[in-house]
Write a protein that binds this ligand. Structure first.
Ligand SMILES: *Cc1c(COP(=O)(O)O)cnc(C)c1O
Length: 363
């Protein structure tokens, strides 16, 4: 199969990757950087591999403007492992954490943290099917919490914070799995940022953690060695064998983003793509976006017709035209177009064009 036979893939994750990244990986497959071997066959202790991981880290630091007092860790276990790793490491004094619950992932993170300490849910939008980001009164924030947790972009419900809680000395922790590198962020606002790679970075199997140094080294004596951030921080993410291929692809994606002009340029493109699609939904008589306007995600665009049978027909008819994976999450139904960094604007244009035709033919 050649690249021009590819479908337009709106999958929420694992998801579309830049064609240029995969073409480079294909060229490197049997002989990476003149080493005479595939990156998969390289010792992680070799000079060739050290260069790959060091370059990936530096490019990520450049892209996100990560200060020197933050460590960049390449971990495994997926974002779901972070739901446990975060409390294991950050419950260090009061063993209390504040949470805002904006969807399935925040709920899972909260219930995992509860195994290790006290979880205080400041606000939840669950009663309204997570169609907005709730804003708790800052007076209710716990002054003595060990951390404050939010899911910056809610992949399933298509919401995103357009503000950040002012938590003072309490470290703000966020799951950025589905929006990392899609927009400029001020890393210094956070104590810890984590992200599974399979949405906007590379293949499943790598999980990024960007952690302020003072938050490292507080895990209790019962914390497994592999789950102590200090272990990987002290060993350059190489206490054991890291997910070498995934880190290599992540590195290629970081280069791709740099060549594109960095996160400011990427954010502009993402805003343009999302605005077009939301406008098409809002202007249509058939489709509707359940998310309040001010909290809409740039990455995951959720919409419905209001008729489940028609939703299913839309997803099936779109697939027949090469517009695939437009079904909503199995827990919510409807439609979801994930338009991550690698989704070209022409892919969004084709979806909008298809929506217009579908509306005409099924009115
Ligand atoms: C996909 C996703 C997860 C789960 O990631 P895994 O790597 O499969 O554990 C968690 N949080 C968010 C926001 C996600 O989008």
């Amino acid at each position: 199969m050649s690249f021009n036979e590819r479908v337009i893939n709106f999958s929420a994750g694992p998801s579309i990757l830049p064609v240029e990244v995969m073409e480079q990986a294909a060229r490197d497959m049997l002989n990476c950087n003149g080493s005479g071997m595939s990156v998969m066959e390289m010792s992680h202790r070799s000079k060739d591999y050290q260069n790959i991981i060091d370059t990936a880290e530096q490019d990520l630091r450049d892209l996100m403007n990560i200060p020197d007092n933050y460590k960049v860790l390449f971990l495994q276990g997926g974002e779901s492992m972070q739901f446990a790793q975060i409390p294991l490491n950050l419950f260090r004094n009061s063993k209390k954490a504040d949470f805002i619950v904006t969807g399935t992932w925040a709920k899972k993170a909260a219930s995992e943290a509860k195994k290790f300490g006290t979880v205080n849910i400041l606000a939840s939008s669950e009663a309204d099917i997570f169609t907005y980001i709730p804003k708790p009164d800052p007076a209710t924030y716990s002054k003595d919490a060990d951390y404050f947790y939010i899911t910056l972009n809610n992949t399933i419900y298509g919401t995103h914070y357009n503000w950040l809680p002012e938590t003072g000395d309490v470290p703000l922790v966020t799951d950025m799995s589905s929006c990392i590198l899609s927009e400029e962020v001020d890393v210094t606002k956070f104590g810890l940022i984590t992200a599974g790679a399979q949405k906007n970075i590379g293949p499943a199997g790598v999980t990024l953690a960007i952690i302020r140094e003072d938050l490292i080294g507080h895990a209790g004596p019962n914390c497994p060695t592999m789950l102590d951030y200090k272990t990987q921080a002290d060993n350059g993410s190489m206490y054991n064998t890291p997910p070498t291929f995934g880190i290599y692809i992540a590195g290629l994606t970081f280069k791709w983003l740099k060549n594109l002009g960095g996160l400011k340029a990427m954010e502009e493109i993402n805003k343009r793509k999302a605005a077009k699609l939301y406008d098409a939904i809002d202007e249509s008589k058939m489709f509707r976006c359940p998310v309040v306007k001010e909290d809409r995600s740039l990455m995951n665009v959720v919409f419905v017709t209001g008729d489940e049978t028609l939703d299913k027909k839309f997803v099936a008819d779109a697939k027949a035209e090469g517009l695939v994976n437009l079904g909503g999450h199995r827990s919510v139904g409807g439609m979801r177009a994930s338009i991550y960094n690698a989704m070209p604007e022409s892919g969004v244009d084709k979806l909008i064009d298809f929506m217009h035709r579908f509306e005409k033919e099924n009115a």
